[in-house]
Design a protein around this ligand. Structure first.
Ligand code: AMP
Ligand code: MG
Length: 406
């Protein structure tokens, strides 16, 4: 039997990042950078005011224990290019974000002056008076405080967050070099499976895996090609896989037909034009797993039971999609939670469905009921999958375990 880590490493060794493309910035949320982003200019690009007020020479405020009056020689709204150079005794009205004029080295906010008026369209006063000393640099955001030209601001392999898009826009990147989204074909198989809107007849069930798995794939920033449900015939399986070949997807995923004794045509078809290894992984749920290749396209066969298929996706497929998508920072973070009850395990690495409640700031986990691999409701009710390590048969109440938050 393979350990979970061995199985994952074996699978991952067959994948590398997809090709790159250049994408408009607005479409780049959650896309993965294919090249480092290097700042072409400083941020901020120019010294600017962090307040609405008056740009002054700090030295002119040195006598402000009494009162200082300066003559206002310019008005600098945000977005304008100041042309004045302040001389002794002079000030310029200035707005937040506007460029500091030459000669000025501080800004006194309007509320600290005798001209406390920031309504739009008010004409700047002839003079401004105040009674406090202003330090050099006060209320000025100097050029380059945030970053300098030439700095690597975002690294290749980073999945772009909304705030990254803001920074890229600040730096003028209208298009960004990212990896193509991986394209994944998804197949369900089994004569018992009916489409979701077909009326149920004796012995039949709806195909549910292709819905949960398609959603997981999209959630992992890949595109999904739903092949539908293959009947248990060679022709049916071959016919559906043909679509995946035609589309030249990056990976084919199927569910069902990997357990011992399965009456399975997926196996036969794949082996006829590729190869398929059947593994037993030391985990629960989801011990059986198939990995191989069909006409040059990698193939992962997940178990058919809905919870096993879900867990198999999280443990094996998500890391593959991250690698295909070029992601370097894609470690699935686990959190520590405390068991709210004694938890039995069978010595395999177990992924158990649990609800998490907050008790005085401590996350407490209790199982959501029946842990059978077909019991999807207990997964629906769960907030997390608790990871009970291989070799552990009992985790006593109060002990901490790792959990994947769902
Ligand atoms: P198998 O791996 O074919 O032995 O299937 C294991 C269990 O998973 C059986 O109870 C199947 O009916 C069920 N199953 C297989 N595929 C699906 C699917 N796409 N949706 C829901 N249940 C499935
Ligand atoms: Mg089956």
């Amino acid at each position: 039997m393979l350990s979970v880590t061995e199985a994952r490493e074996r699978i991952l060794s067959h994948f590398h990042a997809t090709a790159e493309e250049n994408v408009p910035l607005i479409e780049c949320a959650n896309r993965v950078l294919a090249a480092d982003i290097i700042a072409a200019h400083d941020l901020p690009l120019f010294d600017n005011s962090s307040m609405d007020g008056f740009a002054i020479r700090a030295i002119d405020s040195a006598t402000a224990a009494s009162s200082v009056t300066l003559s206002v020689v310019a008005d600098i709204p945000a977005g304008s290019a100041p042309t004045v150079t302040l001389a002794q005794g002079q000030a310029a009205r200035i707005m937040t974000g506007a460029q500091i004029p030459k000669g000025a080295d501080a800004v006194i906010p309007v509320e600290d002056t005798d001209f406390n008026d920031r309504s739009a369209n008010t004409i700047a006063p002839q003079t401004v008076s105040f009674t406090r000393e202003v330090k050099v640099g006060e209320n000025i955001r100097p050029r380059g405080t945030d970053l300098h030209t030439g700095e690597v601001v975002l690294q290749k392999g980073r999945k772009l967050k909304p705030q990254d898009l803001g920074l890229l826009a600040m730096l003028g990147f209208g298009h960004v070099q990212v990896y193509k989204k991986p394209r994944i074909a998804l197949l369900s198989s089994g004569d018992e499976l009916l489409e979701v809107d077909a009326p149920l007849t004796t012995g039949k069930i709806h195909d549910s895996n292709s819905y949960a798995l398609a959603s997981l794939i999209e959630n992992a920033e890949a595109d999904v090609l739903r092949l539908g449900v293959a009947k248990d015939t060679r022709e049916s399986v071959e016919g559906l896989l043909q679509k995946a070949i035609h589309e030249q997807v990056d990976l084919i995923i199927s569910s069902a037909g990997v357990s011992v004794g399965a009456f399975d045509f997926v196996k036969e078809v794949i082996e006829s034009k590729g190869k398929l290894d059947f593994w037993r992984v030391n985990m629960r749920p989801g011990k059986p797993l198939a990995f191989g290749e069909y006409r040059g396209i990698p193939f992962i066969g997940l178990p058919g039971n809905p919870v096993s298929a879900f867990v198999g996706f999280e443990v094996f497929v998500r890391p593959v999609l991250e690698r295909l998508g070029g992601q370097l920072d894609g470690i699935r973070l686990t959190v520590k939670v405390r068991c709210g009850e004694d938890i039995e395990s069978d010595g395999r690495e177990s992924y158990l469905r649990a609800k998490i409640r907050n008790e005085n700031g401590i996350p407490i986990a209790t199982l959501t009921g029946h842990q059978g691999s077909g019991n999807l409701l207990s997964l629906v009710q769960a907030d997390a999958l608790l990871i009970i390590p291989a070799g552990v048969k009992c985790v006593p109440v109060g002990q901490e375990v790792d959990a994947i938050l769902l």
